[in-house]
Design a protein around this ligand. Structure first.
Ligand code: PLP
Length: 416
């Protein structure tokens, strides 16, 4: 190192060497090493060696009950859905090798969009390669410089990234706080473009948004409304259309965003809308235009699954039973939960801290149960959570087994 060249306030780097761009990750590297140094199984590196059904897999050599897949309606092994995928693979090949606006729109993409229009009873549907891209694309394209986006502080990363990409003014409000939302809307300059972004179910705590009140306020202030129904599609609402259906605001929202990676059981994302100019999005939305479209087998499975979800009322009823009995069982065992009552198919178990959360996660996996460990910054208020997502294919007996494993593991770790 050449002493004279480096000023005291400059980072210490060797001459001819830049700053290591990875240094910004040192804290998280240290946190992870600290956690794993005790021999703890890595909660973020689990391998599903064999998947036996929507609710069971072999993980780390053990048969494991799956309670962290977001496979709410259990469609991943539905025989009609699997068959549709196989047929499309045989008929159209493995991939489209192209963008939707060039060579990447096949008959299957249009049929999948028709299934979405039928499912929601809306005029337009646009399929993206993921739900992340649907939020990124729609939000960044409709709200740009000079426009305002009012959103819940606990919004999903894809929503925040869409806001950042579009460069609109971002005005967050406290989670699910109706008054705070109205205050923010009131302050936006007259005549400015306004978009309110909400989620039906918030995935960290599994709580629902008060959409009836919030959508009414958004409309009062002349804002457009986008609702992300990733965690409610297929399950919540009489026809599984989500919290918008359940709260009676279907006709008042401008855009519904969703994903195929949860209830639909495959991969992909979408936006449905009744806006008369919506189709122009296909030409101006960069995360739609500048990426390859979904493989034909994927859109075929999505279409088959969406059409079956329209008639899924028995499954929805069983999933509600599962949600209620798991919530009650965990509460009775003395666990602290994210919501007082079950509001969705997600039940969040609040851990005292990251260390005990990781220990509990490990005890659960060793006793044959997989849940998601969630920690800050992804979680609200710095919480460590064990997130449980139920499936309509979990039997009543399996829910009983899940509760026994929670009890055994909780006692082992000393949390209950
Ligand atoms: C609320 C919400 N929106 C969007 C997404 C993104 O969906 P996808 O997995 O299809 O990218 C997720 C996924 O976790 C989500 O939770």
């Amino acid at each position: 190192m050449s002493e004279g060249i480096i000023q005291p306030d400059q980072p210490e780097t060797l001459e001819g060497e830049g700053k290591d761009l990875f240094s910004k990750f040192d804290d998280i590297i240290a946190l992870r090493e600290g956690l794993l140094s005790s021999g703890q199984e890595d909660p973020f590196n689990l391998v599903m060696e064999k998947v036996l059904s929507p609710t069971r897999a072999i993980c780390n050599g053990r048969e494991t009950i799956l309670l962290g897949t977001y496979n709410y309606m259990g469609m991943t092994f539905d025989p009609d859905v699997v068959e549709a995928g196989k047929q499309a693979l045989a008929d159209y090949g493995t991939g489209t090798t192209g963008s939707r606006v060039l060579n990447g729109t096949y008959q299957g993409h249009k049929e999948c969009e028709q299934a979405l229009k039928d499912f929601y009873g809306m005029d337009h549907a646009m399929v993206f390669s993921t739900g992340y891209q649907a939020n990124l694309g729609i939000i960044s394209t409709i709200a740009g410089k000079g426009d305002y986006i009012v959103l819940d502080i606990d919004s999903h990363a894809s929503i925040w990234d869409g806001c950042a990409m579009g460069q609109a003014e971002v005005v967050p409000f406290k989670h699910n706080d109706i008054e705070a939302m109205e205050k923010r809307l009131k302050r936006i300059p007259e005549g400015a473009g306004k978009l309110v972004v909400l989620e039906g179910v918030y995935s960290m705590l599994g709580d629902v948004a008060p959409l009836k009140e919030m959508v009414a306020i958004a409309k009062k202030y002349g804002a457009m409304v986008l609702v992300d129904e990733a965690h409610s599609m297929g399950f919540i609402g009489e026809n599984g259309r989500g919290v918008v259906e359940d709260t009676g605001v279907m006709d008042d929202v401008d855009f519904i965003i969703g994903t195929f990676s949860k209830s639909v059981g495959t991969v992909g994302g979408f936006c449905v809308s009744n806006h008369p100019k919506f189709e122009i999005m296909r030409l101006v939305c960069r995360p739609y235009v500048f990426t390859a479209s979904l493989p034909p087998s994927v859109v075929a499975t999505a279409e088959a699954s969406i059409r079956k979800l329209m008639h899924g009322s028995n499954k929805r009823a069983h999933l509600w039973e599962n949600s209620r009995s798991l919530h009650k069982g965990l509460k009775d065992l003395g666990f602290k939960l994210g919501t007082e009552e079950p509001q969705s198919a997600i039940i969040a178990v609040i851990m005292p801290d990251l260390e005990q959360g990781a220990q509990m996660w490990e005890a659960l996996i060793q006793n044959g149960l997989y849940v998601n460990l969630a920690r800050p910054p992804a979680t609200p208020a710095g919480m460590t959570l064990l997130r449980c997502s139920l499936c309509a294919e979990h039997s009543e007996e399996e829910v009983g087994e899940i509760l026994s494993i929670f009890e055994q593991s909780g006692r082992q770790v000393g949390i209950i």
